[in-house]
Write a protein that binds this ligand. Structure first.
Ligand code: G6P
Length: 608
């Protein structure tokens, strides 16, 4: 994970402040520690430490650093605990070189031993520090900094996005990319590198997304990229980003997460209107021919995959297997060239999902990516792609990218079912109309239920556990609801198919234990009523999300009811998750936590 940034300006600027502001936009990638290195008057100024950027800025005064060229880092610890010493940037023995890095150098121990044998003294436990010493060592021999950097990168194994500065070439920032994301921001009289697009938006909307194996340098006025020793023509790769800075700011909301929950009606309508039906039909033709469809993703994206699994299986009768991305190995011998993999990743960079994509592709499987970030690695490496148009999502806990993923996956599923003549035309058109109503429906749900969700949060904030139960399509929604509460409110929450709750989980239930029921399908109403009764009999605090037509039924049985619109169960996952997102958000806030930056988590996980 981690976020890196580098800025090269023609004039002396308040560069510490510029880097700090960029880093704040990358903080969702990790916030165990942060740091900045700037070249000033022929020497390096390095300020870094454990903690979040805002508190470090107060302590280390990033904002008071002036200069032309600098790099910055926000860390999610992998090698070495979060500490001042392990914070990036890391420097060589003589403080002539500073480096920031996202990824893992897998051969760092071997490199470190070699360098120590040559007299290099290390100050941290990180894998990153070897890069600074390696460049220092190679520079001694070749006396050309770029050549030293190039040779050093050749010696690295693993994953990396690197930014490096040195007093020997004070107007350059050297960079290299392998697997970990890295972009160049093309400005006027300044250029930048960063892990992600939102980091540079304040300064430029022109970006180049770097590819694996590319390395080079930027100066305030120059960009040089090469791959396999040959210069790359980058001019044709400059893209103008339509995301505005506003979209990547809180816009008056106290947290990104709340803003992103509220943005869902717009994100859904943008996603719907951005869907190219011809692309959908092409993807469906591929799916129709598949003898087995695999679906994968991590975290929330995996839950969207489970919704798609249910729809493809039930509506299209497809042979579907859905797995958590990091568990892809199990299927290696089950893949052939008639299999298709749907890889879901909002960032398009999650390493586990990427590894599954690469392994499946190597074995002849076709890959369809569902992503929110145009040109990110997973879409680039896939055969076909369908984008959600949620806009940048900054809060670590996914919200609007989840509902928009479900939107595109539902369209794929019902279109496949229609193409396979398992869904009649009227039924297909009816479901499309139901989907078209979701932007206004979700808006209404937020308006009507936000206050009720706060009331529920007041109850939950003092609890230590919760269950989320559902049946059918309610199961992945229960799983997503539980994940939200767990990750941002730090309340232990488990989701189960409601029927399974009797096989173990119910043993934990005692007076006032909160149990949510996701009731979104008529077919399961009576069975869920039975499960509510079982929980009531153990004095649980029961909460139902139930369609309006059953509200009275559940109001009589449950302690708390959120009445949901009467929508077809096949499109219900989108509206039903919204109150659960709001409940988790308000519970987190009422517990005095920061829902945008939950402890130990990062938004984009780029380490296996
Ligand atoms: C992390 C984030 C989650 C996200 C998951 C997958 O765990 O904290 O919010 O769902 O990664 O991310 P992706 O970008 O692949 O959807």
């Amino acid at each position: 994970m981690c976020g890196i940034v580098g800025i090269a300006c023609s004039e002396i600027e308040n560069i510490g402040k510029m880097i700090r502001r960029c880093l704040e936009r990358l903080e969702y990638r990790g916030y165990d520690s942060a740091g900045i290195a700037v070249i000033r008057d022929g020497s390096l100024i390095v300020r870094k430490g454990r903690g979040k950027i805002a508190e470090l800025n107060r302590r280390l005064r990033f904002d008071e650093i002036y200069g032309r060229v600098g790099i910055g880092h926000t860390r999610w610890a992998t090698h070495g605990k979060p500490s001042d010493e392990n914070a990036h940037p890391h420097t060589d023995c003589r403080d002539t070189i500073a480096v920031v890095h996202n990824g893992i150098i897998s051969n760092y121990l071997e490199l470190r031993e070699n360098l120590e044998a040559r007299g290099h003294v290390f100050k941290s436990e990180t894998d990153t520090e070897v890069i600074a010493h390696l460049v220092e060592e190679n520079f001694k021999n070749v006396r050309d900094l770029f050549e030293a950097f190039r040779r050093s990168v050749e010696e690295l194994c693993g994953t990396y996005a690197i930014g490096l500065i040195s007093i020997y070439e004070p107007s350059k920032i050297f960079f290299a990319r392998m697997t970990s994301p890295l972009i160049i921001g093309v400005g006027d009289g300044m250029n930048m590198i960063a892990s992600d697009i939102p980091a540079v938006l304040e300064y430029t909307n022109r970006v180049i997304v770097l590819k694996d194996g590319e390395l080079g340098y930027i100066t305030p006025t120059e960009i040089y990229i090469e791959k396999d020793g040959k210069p790359v023509n980058w001019r044709e790769r400059v893209r103008v980003i339509s995301w505005s800075l506003d979209m990547a700011s809180k816009g008056g909301y106290p947290h990104f997460m709340l803003k992103e929950i509220h943005e869902q009606p717009l994100a859904l309508s943008n996603t719907l209107s951005g869907i190219e039906m011809e692309n959908v039909r092409n993807i469906c033709s591929l799916l129709a021919k598949a003898d087995r469809i695999f679906i994968t993703g991590a975290g929330t994206s995996y839950h969207a995959g489970l919704v798609c699994d249910y729809l493809l299986t039930e509506l299209a009768g497809a042979n579907v297997t859905t797995f958590i991305a990091s568990e892809y190995r199990k299927y290696v011998n089950a893949i052939n060239d008639s299999s298709v993999l749907i890889a879901i990743s909002q960032s398009g960079e999650t390493i586990d999902t990427l590894m599954a994509v690469r392994t499946f592709k190597e074995r002849g499987c076709k890959v369809i990516a569902v992503s929110n970030v145009v040109d990110s690695t997973i879409p680039r490496e896939s055969d076909m792609v369908i984008y959600t148009r949620a806009g940048p999502e900054i809060g670590v806990a996914a919200t609007k990218t989840f509902t928009t993923q479900i939107m595109v996956l539902t369209i794929l599923s019902i279109t496949l079912a229609y193409m396979m003549e398992r869904l009649r035309e009227e039924e297909y058109k009816y479901l499309i109309r139901q989907l078209q109503e979701l932007p206004s429906l979700t808006e209404k749900i937020i308006r009507m239920h936000e206050a009720r969700c706060m009331i529920l949060a007041r109850y939950l904030k003092n609890r230590t556990n919760a269950f989320y139960l559902g049946r059918g399509l309610g199961v992945p929604i229960a799983m997503e609801g539980a994940l939200k509460l767990k990750e941002i409110a730090y309340i232990h929450a488990e989701a189960y198919p409601a029927g399974e709750s009797k096989h173990g989980p119910i043993a934990l239930v005692e007076r006032d234990f909160p149990v949510f029921f996701v009731v979104l399908d008529d077919y399961y109403v009576e069975a869920i009523v039975g499960n509510v009764m079982e929980m009531r009999a153990r004095d649980a605090y029961t909460i139902a999300l139930a369609p309006r037509k059953y509200v009275y039924k559940f109001a009589k049985l449950c302690d708390y009811v959120i009445d949901m619109p009467n929508v077809d169960y096949r499109v219900a996952p989108i509206p039903y998750i919204i109150p659960l997102q709001l409940v988790a958000y308000y519970t987190s806030v009422m517990r005095g936590l920061d829902p945008d930056k939950p402890r130990n988590l990062a938004k984009t996980v780029t380490v296996e």
